[in-house]
Every structure is written in C-alpha cells, then in structure tokens.
Design a protein around this ligand. Structure first.
Ligand code: ATP
Ligand code: MG
Length: 174
C-alpha cells in the first residue's frame, strides 16, 4: 500500500517537539502499512528512541553525525563530510523509492550550519517521487525550503525548563 500523493512537511521553530513529532508521524504511517526511514543529520548518539524504532518492522533509522556538538562558527571537517554523506544517502533513498515516508531529521540545522546548502536540499525536493511523503525537521528552516514545502509547522518556545537552568533529561529530551 502506498500514498496517492505525497507532501513535503517542515517542522521548525525554537520550541521542543520537532523530532518527536516526526517520529510520531512515522509511527502512525507504520500503523497503516507504510514503510518509513528516518535519516538523522548531526546526530550520532544512541538516543532513547533509536533501539525501539529499530525493532519496529518497516521503520529504519540511519545516523550521519558524531556524538558531539557541532560548532556553528567552525565545524570540523568530519561534520561536513558526514552531512554530505547523509545528503547523498537521502538523495539515493528518495530516488530509489523503497519508502513511503522519509524523515530528514535536523536537516534544516545542517543547512543553517553550512554543512550542506539549501540548493542541495532543494535539488532533493525537486526529485521527490509523486507518492513519497517527506519530512524535514530542525530549527532555522531556510526560506527557500519553506517556500517549496506543502505543510509547514513552527513550534514556538513559550516556556522551557532550560530557561530556569534545568538540564536536558534522558528519556524526555534524548
Ligand atoms: P524533541 O527531540 O524533544 O522533539 P526538538 O526536535 O524540537 O525536540 P531540537 O531543536 O532538535 O528539539 O533540540 C534538540 C534538543 O534540545 C532536544 O533534547 C530537545 O528536547 C531540546 N530542546 C528543544 N527545544 C528546546 C528549548 N526551547 N530550550 C532548550 N532545549 C530545547
Ligand atoms: Mg530535533
């Protein structure tokens, strides 16, 4: 079973809930028999969701990143290489058409940090097969990408315990 027409989503903004929203959509899609892959940029850590998702039939997760923070001002060459690799992998997955839903997690941040260009991403979006649903997550989505997308949601931070000095929590934030 596959979708008749696939749309392009962007989940952006500085509030919490973009990656988890994309995972939630992935779970829903799986429930209807769709095949899902989540390609993560700038992430190499075994986040709490990774192992559980790997156990779900038809939900694939692939990471392209280190278990380190990337410097926006001066990214390491390895960070650039990994993001470029992730982009090539994503292009391949999109073109081969083995999935119904492709999630490109934190790809907007990879563009914002200049690890890849928005032109690269637009090229990928233009090659999207008609029936493929695509989700791009991450803060600071570029205006060009937003223009090209069909569903754009901005999660706005109203409050976050981080503002009061609460550190990120395992099982909730990662
Ligand atoms: P989640 O992974 O929980 O859905 P997210 O994808 O919206 O969050 P990112 O922008 O990718 O969040 O940020 C990565 C990390 O920062 C996550 O651990 C997330 O929980 C945390 N975070 C998200 N929003 C905020 C915020 N406004 N202040 C502080 N930390 C945040
Ligand atoms: Mg995220």
């Amino acid at each position: 079973m596959s979708l008749k027409k696939g749309f392009i989503h962007v989940y952006t903004g500085n509030g919490k809930g973009k990656t988890t929203a994309a995972i939630g959509l992935g779970i829903r899609a799986i429930g209807d028999g769709l095949k899902v892959i989540m390609i993560q940029f700038m992430k190499g850590r075994r986040y709490s969701e990774i192992d559980v998702l790997q156990h779900i039939k038809n939900f694939t997760v692939v990471q392209f990143g280190r278990d380190e923070f990337v410097s926006k001002e001066k990214p390491e060459q390895i960070d650039i290489d990994l993001a470029q690799k992730g982009l090539l992998y994503a292009k391949d997955v999109v073109q081969k058409g083995g999935y119904d839903l492709v999630i490109l997690d934190e790809i907007n941040v990879a563009v914002d940090f200049n690890l890849i260009t928005s032109t690269d991403v637009l090229e990928l979006l233009e090659k999207k097969p008609e029936t493929l649903e695509l989700v791009l997550t991450g803060r600071y989505a570029s205006p060009e990408i937003i223009k090209h997308a069909d569903i754009v949601s901005e999660i706005l931070e109203i409050k976050h315990p981080y503002q009061k000095g609460v550190q990120s929590r395992k099982g909730i934030d990662w």
